[in-house]
Design a protein around this ligand. Sequence first.
Ligand code: MN
Length: 440
Amino acid sequence: MVKILHLSDIHMGSGFAHGQINPDTGLNTRLEDFAAALGRCIDAAIEREADLVLFGGDAFPDATPAPYIQQAFSREFQRLVDAQIPVVMLVGNHDQHSQGEGGASLCIYRTLGVPGVVVGDRLETHRIQTQAGPVQIITLPWLTRSTLMTRPETEGLSLCAVNEQLLARLRIALEGEIRQLDLALPTVLLGHTMVDTAMVGAERFLAVGKGFTLPLSLIARDCFDYVALGHVHRHQVLCEKPPVVYPGSIERVDFSEEKEDKGFVWIKLEKGQAEFEFQPLSVRPFVTIKRDVSGKSDPQGALEKAIAQQSLNGAIARLIYQIAPEQLPDIDDRALHLALQDCHSYTIQPELVSQLMRPRMPQLGADQHLNPLEALGAYLAHREDLAPLTSDLMGAAEALLQGEAWVLEAERFTGGSPGVSEAIAAYEIESNEQTQLRLL
Ligand SMILES: [Mn+2]
């Protein structure tokens, strides 16, 4: 049995806005948080005597991290090298340099020949000797459209058609790797990819076609005993047989991960079967306190009560409240700051209700397709002051669109006529030479 620790999406160096400078170290506290979370994963690998560590990609926010951030990352992985635990580092989208043959931030470990470190920057099968015997790992790094295709082949094709071709090529390339597998050895597919059935954020299914997604059927195959994924930050199990698992990120990168558990996956792998278990890490909480106090007689009291209900010690918090402009003098900002002082960091975001309630015309949203007359009708329906002119304006617009000359006579206007030109300007009528609009 091979014991494997599977972690992913470290994103070391992210989310500095939620931290502060630690005066003792000069480092952003969020870098220290991320390094500590990675440290706890490495501790677990060493304490539990892992035979192998699989990292599913996205080490840093980009391919050129500052040296002190690289150091915080490599210092932890060095401990695996010292403990003689082999590790496979997969290249994620954030690790690739986007310009030309820029390579990936993780390739330095291969160049340096760090013992026991395998870098997966291409589709390839690695046979790894572990304390518990050999294991096969197929690495499937983040694929860009240029990975498998050259430009002339994709010229003139829609994005969807390019994705289909890319998928067809990947299918063949993956099949090629699978056929060369040693059927007697335990096998893992390690992929940094978006799988079509993955859920991100608020339970949202990512639609196929939005970016490059792989169908689950392509990777949930009998020939794999475990499919170790990276990319989606929320831990989830997409399939039980074989297990297809995103461990998720090891720390919260932003508020979108507020409600997600963070951790790694511990696997006991044998040929033909894998047991796995998610191990949560205790990481810094994110807390959103959201209140609409616009209707409240004591808005300050309501906010302080809402803050007091939360345990905020060491948390990263945001207080978002909606308030009417006339209530602003009732808010004691200093008292709110005091109430939040146990937080590691916090923001206070008041939202004025009067702005929120600005009249909207949903019919005129960018996603609606209205012809000019419908648009004018929708506009006029919201302009009570123009009601007496509505039928004339509609008639004029219709005539304009049909290319007829139209004359509006001044005496027909009632008071408040400046609205007319605005109404006309509210929609675009393409004028041609036969069309005349005269405001007399
Ligand atoms: Mn990613």
